[in-house]
Design a protein around this ligand. Structure first.
Ligand code: 6PG
Length: 246
């Protein structure tokens, strides 16, 4: 299915578009199967989205007691660390909406990376409904770095070539840090994948990923090609400035 690329004025407009789509997807998933499985992204871009979803305007538009929340990647740090993707979402969103604590599945960033990855995969296989023999999230949120990485699938790392595991630990030399990340098979099994990109520092990578030569080892975000799901790129004008087709 051809990706949908939506160019919006700025990060705030990206957050609004994303929030409206998430509300709709949650409603559809809960109506169809009684639950909404979502994997949140990390970094700084989603902060505006999470804050908006927790606001008076949006808070009651998702049946949070029917949601199951995961993360598409995590830094190998404790949950109260400033770098924790869990902490970002907890502080801006999850502590402000009525989601049962048992429905929030964080990565054990404080644990041994390989062990944390194995445990997380077990939880996903237990909690997320399977389609075509692989757990299929209703929605996976992703971001993209200026180097074209997504989740914690970084250029030149072995995680890019994982074809069977759903979650792996990955040492990222450029960061000198371990990460836990969804693999391409898990991302591409989702019913919906939404990539949020904002800022001029992403412009070169965005054009290369969307319009350049297919070289996923260098531009891992090119690996995001859902088998049968919908792929949405919600990007701001600054990030889209070099796109020819928009
Ligand atoms: C992470 C993210 C990562 C992020 C991009 C963009 O853990 O850092 O999952 O993939 O989405 O690096 O980060 P920014 O939103 O901070 O630009």
């Amino acid at each position: 299915m051809k990706p949908e690329i939506v160019v919006l004025a700025d990060l705030s407009a990206v957050a609004i578009e994303a929030a409206d789509r998430i509300v709709r997807l949650a409603h559809e998933s809960i109506a169809a199967q009684g639950r909404f499985t979502i994997a949140l992204s990390g970094g700084s871009t989603p902060r505006a989205l999470y804050t908006l979803l927790a606001s008076e305007e949006y808070r009651d538009r998702i049946e949070w007691d029917r949601a199951l929340v995961f993360w598409s990647d995590e830094r190998c740090v404790p949950s109260d660390d400033a770098d924790s993707n869990y902490r970002l979402a907890h502080e801006t969103l999850l502590s402000k909406v009525p989601i049962p604590s048992g429905s929030v599945h964080r990565v054990m960033g404080e644990a041994d990376p390989e062990h944390a990855a194995m445990l997380y995969e077990q939880i996903i296989r237990r909690e997320v409904p399977v389609r075509d023999s692989i757990p299929a999230f209703d929605l996976i949120l992703l971001g993209m770095g200026p180097d074209g990485h997504t989740a914690s699938l970084f250029p030149g790392t072995a995680a890019l070539h994982e074809k069977h595991r759903l979650v792996v630990a990955s040492f990222v030399p450029k960061l000198n840090a371990h990460r836990i990340t969804f693999t391409a098979p898990l991302v591409n099994a989702a019913a919906n994948v939404m990539v949020l990109v904002a800022g001029s520092d992403k412009a070169d990578a965005l054009r290369a990923v969307l319009e350049g030569e297919f070289k996923p080892d260098v531009l891992p975000a090119q690996m995001v090609r859902p088998e049968s799901g919908q792929l949405m790129w919600l990007v701001d004008r600054a990030a889209a400035v070099h796109l020819r087709h928009r």
